[in-house]
Design a protein around this ligand. Structure first.
Ligand SMILES: NC(=O)c1ccc[n+]([C@@H]2O[C@H](COP(=O)([O-])OP(=O)(O)OC[C@H]3O[C@@H](n4cnc5c(N)ncnc54)[C@H](OP(=O)(O)O)[C@@H]3O)[C@@H](O)[C@H]2O)c1
Length: 260
């Protein structure tokens, strides 16, 4: 993996570049970005310390590993424009709605493709990166890609039939978690705690509870029971959440994404 390119330098590409650089595994000098708005691209690339490309063709000529990080509906046109230039390139898509099978229908035969689905916490090296099992990358090269991905989060390989459900949890999940942080933060502020301290309390509680479950493997229901003493305060809060339909709200949210 010599030069790494990004077709599209929006939120996700910038999150990934930030994470890769922070991990110390990739130097900004070996990363390149392309986006149509050259002024915005120059500013973003300067902030990140990577190289802007004047055209997508220059990026493809310069890089051997290329992340497709534009909007999903733009991909057909970009592939048609690049055509044979993509031959012998290793492409990694982060686009929602595109899987290995769909790429194979439009890519030149000799272009290799691996579909992935990172989430926004990759920018602070705490992401989840879903990786589709089907791919046609060389195995050693794919191992290097997964190592790079592991430097910014947890890599989870899934068959295509489960990618959408996985994406609903880890791809959309940050938005759901942010809603919880905001809601609990509001509740803390309502009860007199300063806003900054409120978010610290909520976020650290979220991180700690998740870490406790991951490290112990104890069923989350058991962990909840452990802090709910009979007639105590926690169980009163749990009862209020059940009455408000918390569990069914989350199940409905994931179903809504999966059915989309
Ligand atoms: N955001 C997330 O949390 C997230 C999570 C997982 C996966 N993804 C995937 O990441 C991809 C990008 O999403 P995003 O949120 O980063 O979107 P975004 O912030 O809107 O960025 C889109 C980028 O694509 C560029 N672009 C537009 N037309 C292009 C073209 N013809 N050729 C090359 N680049 C072009 C845009 O450039 P200009 O600004 O110059 O128009 C911009 O840099 C999507 O496929 C999405 O499914 C996103």
């Amino acid at each position: 993996m010599k030069n790494i390119g990004f077709i599209g330098m929006g939120n996700m590409a910038q999150d990934m570049v930030s994470g890769f650089i922070a991990s110390g595994n990739v130097d900004g000098k070996s990363m390149y970005g392309f986006a149509p708005n050259q002024e915005k691209l120059a500013k973003n690339c300067k902030n990140l310390g990577i190289n802007p490309c004047a055209t997508v063709e220059v990026l493809v000529d310069t890089c051997d590993t290329i992340f497709i990080a534009c909007k999903p509906y733009q991909i057909d046109d970009i592939i048609a424009q690049l055509g044979e230039k993509l031959e012998n390139k290793s492409l990694a898509s982060v686009a929602a709605g595109w899987n290995f099978k769909r790429f194979r229908e439009v890519l030149p035969e000799k272009a290799k493709i691996q579909c992935t689905m990172p989430n926004s916490p990759v920018s602070v090296s705490k992401g989840v990166i879903l990786v589709e099992e089907d791919h046609d990358w060389d195995l050693e090269e794919r191992k290097a890609l997964l190592r790079l991905m592991e430097s910014v989060g947890k890599v989870v390989e899934l068959p295509d039939r489960l990618m959408k459900a996985g994406m609903a949890i880890s791809g959309c999940g940050p938005a759901f978690m942010d809603m919880i942080i905001e809601a609990l933060g509001d509740a803390a502020v309502k009860n007199g705690i300063q806003r900054k301290q409120a978010y610290e309390l909520v976020c650290q509680t979220m991180i700690g509870s998740a870490e406790l479950q991951l490290q112990t493997g104890i069923h989350p229901g058991q962990l909840k029971d452990n802090v709910c003493s009979p007639g105590g305060t926690s169980i009163k809060g749990v009862a209020a959440l059940e009455e408000a339909g918390l569990r069914s709200a989350f199940i409905k949210a994931i179903d809504a994404v999966v059915k989309e």
